[in-house]
Design a protein around this ligand. Structure first.
Ligand SMILES: Nc1ncnc2c1ncn2[C@@H]1O[C@H](COP(=O)(O)OP(=O)(O)OP(=O)(O)O)[C@@H](O)[C@H]1O
Length: 617
């Protein structure tokens, strides 16, 4: 031990230099002592001392190693170490010059674009990089994510399979996506080199070009693409290429984006989940109503309509209000429309309580030109005219009056039951919402769909023509819809899998099934659930349907006799949001006359109105 300490202990130095004990023979001027204090670094032809000093200042362990070798009398190795140290020192001296030259080169000879990762263009670029560079090329690094994780990260393109890789486990292999990692990467398109740079969100990287900050001073990840030249045209061409690939890859999937996320930061972004396209013929509803919506949406998406809006000086926007009981296909039709129009769909849930006017506005600003935006259950968002109703939900475990009680002060009277449990913490105001939807700064070209279970409570400003151009009622199953859902869920499978039924038999069973389902009583979601349980067996369906109808009816009646939580919840919102607005949707009957074709629609709407009145009482 003492030898070791001796070996690494500081050795006397001269003139603060690195002194090395060298064999006498190796020096130009002979000395009588074998342990000569020499400065080999000063010796011409060996290495400059200041470089060694610079290196040892950065890497003290090298100095320790050097001294150790010296103590152990590996003198020739010590000289080699000196050379290495000098090289390291040289690198340290040259590095700032190199960086300066590099920055100058980038400034003088390249053009660049920076794209925040929350932007749809960034998703397209990442997708292109993943497909054309990472998956095809000789890559030595990549960022792997599972499809599910994409939900929590903004800017993740549709998952991409590893080329030809077989599933490793039971997990579906499509879930694994392979993306460009944080860092830089050079790639070529033809004879032109591009530099792709993806920056992380580490605060220490704040000065790296490519970072953007939002208005709260938070950093967003960003991509920067460089290429040689003085014009942006090649970079534009590159982003067009990425867009084309996105369109090509879209076959078979619809990109569904959700607003918000687990953190404050993610709240400003969109999270993408690619889903298999939902075909329009899987939506069971009145065919005329469906055809009318599809025609309208197709026309709106066409160049003719764009030209028409421009010629008339009308903002190029379109809005639908889908309303009706839960589980009747409002969201399903929205996503099927997106698949049909081959565009992305963006979902916003205002009732999440994490959204503010600012973040909602930013979300709308980040929308692409052509897309469908769905604001879900807009009636339950509790939007107030003056300001967002900011009532914090109070639960049994979280009582703010506990501390007061401890101090011996009697607590104030409790909140009404429905307020305590169902009030919505919401920071989006009506004006904030209207501004986001069609403010001057808002992107044009999107198709806005608002869904609602109870449009009566919506503010008239929200549903005025121009904001809502079509109101579509979604009701319970009609007889025709019951037959169609049987054919789709049971008949199609039985015929495709040669289950021993002829098409005529299937048709006959479907009619029998439709006869057994009372019209306008059950939602499509309920019937779908029952058919799913019958596992593609037409005879099982027919034998069990009567019992199911009885049981489900009883349950529904029982639920009606006890006011549900959601009813009380919407009651509290009725009071807060409709006050003083003069009553929102003009009249159901008027709408009914326009949109009329769904069987006993009037009856259903009347019952919805009755329920609302009851709850007011
Ligand atoms: N008209 C329909 N045709 C086919 N399937 C339907 C229909 N309505 C509902 N479903 C099925 O029921 C489930 C719920 O449907 P969806 O989410 O579209 O209802 P919703 O009206 O949007 O409900 P909510 O108001 O609760 O959001 C889905 O699985 C969907 O496939």
């Amino acid at each position: 031990m003492s030898n070791l300490f001796d070996a690494v202990a500081p050795i006397p130095t001269k003139d603060a230099g690195v002194l090395v004990r060298l064999p006498t023979a190796s020096l130009a001027s002979p000395s009588t002592s074998t342990e000569l204090w020499a400065e080999p670094l000063d010796t011409p032809g060996i290495v400059p001392r200041h470089l060694v000093r610079s290196a040892t200042a950065s890497f003290p362990f090298l100095e320790v190693l050097q001294r150790l070798l010296h103590r152990l009398r590996f003198n020739s190795t010590t000289v080699e170490i000196e050379k290495v140290l000098a090289l390291v020192g040289l690198y340290r001296v040259i590095k700032p010059v190199y960086n300066y030259m590099k920055d100058f080169f980038f400034w003088a000879c390249t053009v660049q674009i920076t794209i925040p990762e929350t932007d749809p263009v960034a998703r397209e670029v990442l997708s292109w990089m993943a497909t054309e560079v990472i998956r095809k090329g000789n890559t030595r690094s990549a960022m792997l994510i599972t499809g599910g994780m994409g939900n929590f990260m903004p800017g993740i393109p549709p998952p991409i399979r590893f080329g030809g890789a077989a599933p490793v486990s039971n997990r579906v292999d499509e879930e694994v996506a392979c993306l460009p990692p944080i860092g830089t990467r050079i790639f070529w398109i033809g004879f032109r080199p591009f530099l792709f740079s993806r920056n992380g969100s580490n605060g220490s990287n704040a000065m790296i070009p490519g970072f953007v900050m939002n208005d709260r001073g938070q950093m967003h990840n960003a991509l920067t693409i460089y290429t040689l030249g003085w014009e942006l045209a090649p970079l534009r061409k590159f982003t067009d290429l990425c867009h084309e690939l996105q369109i090509k890859n879209r076959t078979g999937t619809t990109n569904v984006y959700f607003a918000g996320g687990p953190s404050d930061y993610h709240c400003d972004g969109w999270q993408c989940v690619p889903k298999a396209i939902r075909k329009l013929d899987t939506i069971d509803m009145d065919e005329d109503v469906k055809a009318d919506i599809v025609r309208d949406a197709e026309y709106y998406n066409s160049n003719d309509s764009r030209q028409f809006f421009a010629d008339c000086g009308i903002p190029y926007r379109r809005g639908y209000l889908f309303w009706g009981p839960p589980g009747t296909g409002k969201s399903s039709l929205s996503i099927a429309l997106a698949g049909h129009l081959q565009c992305d769909i963006y979902h916003i849930n205002l009732a999440s309580g994490t959204m503010s006017d600012g973040s909602l506005h930013r979300l709308f600003l980040a929308l692409p030109k052509q897309c469908i935006v769905v604001i879900e259950d807009i009636d339950s968002a509790g939007i107030d005219r003056e300001q967002g109703a900011s009532i914090e939900p109070v639960t049994a475990t979280e009582n703010p009056f506990d501390s007061i009680m401890l101090a011996g002060i009697p607590p104030p009277p409790p909140l009404p039951e429905q307020r305590r449990h169902h009030s919505v913490r919401n920071t989006v105001t009506l004006s904030g919402l209207l501004n986001a939807i069609d403010g001057n700064a808002t992107q044009e070209g999107r198709l806005l769909i608002m869904t609602s279970n109870n449009p009566d409570i919506l503010d008239a400003a929200l549903t005025r023509p121009g904001r809502v151009d079509k109101r579509v009622y979604f009701g319970n199953m009609s007889k025709a819809a019951s037959k169609s859902i049987f054919l789709r869920m049971i008949g199609r499978w039985a015929l495709a899998h040669d289950a021993g039924y002829s098409p005529d038999e299937i048709e006959h069973y479907a009619s029998a099934f439709a006869d057994k389902i009372p019209a306008d009583t059950f939602t499509p979601a309920q019937v779908q659930n029952f058919l799913q349980d019958c596992r593609n067996d037409p005879l099982k369906v027919l034998s069990e349907v009567d019992a199911w109808v009885r049981e489900t009816r009883n349950k529904t009646d029982a639920a009606k006799s006890t006011p549900s939580e959601s009813t009380t919840s919407s009651t509290s919102i009725v009071y807060s949001s409709s006050t003083g607005t003069g009553g929102p949707m003009d009249s159901h009957a008027e709408y009914c006359a326009v949109q009329g074709p769904l069987g006993k629609k009037e009856t259903q709407m009347l019952s919805a109105g009755e329920e609302s009145d009851e709850s007011k009482k």
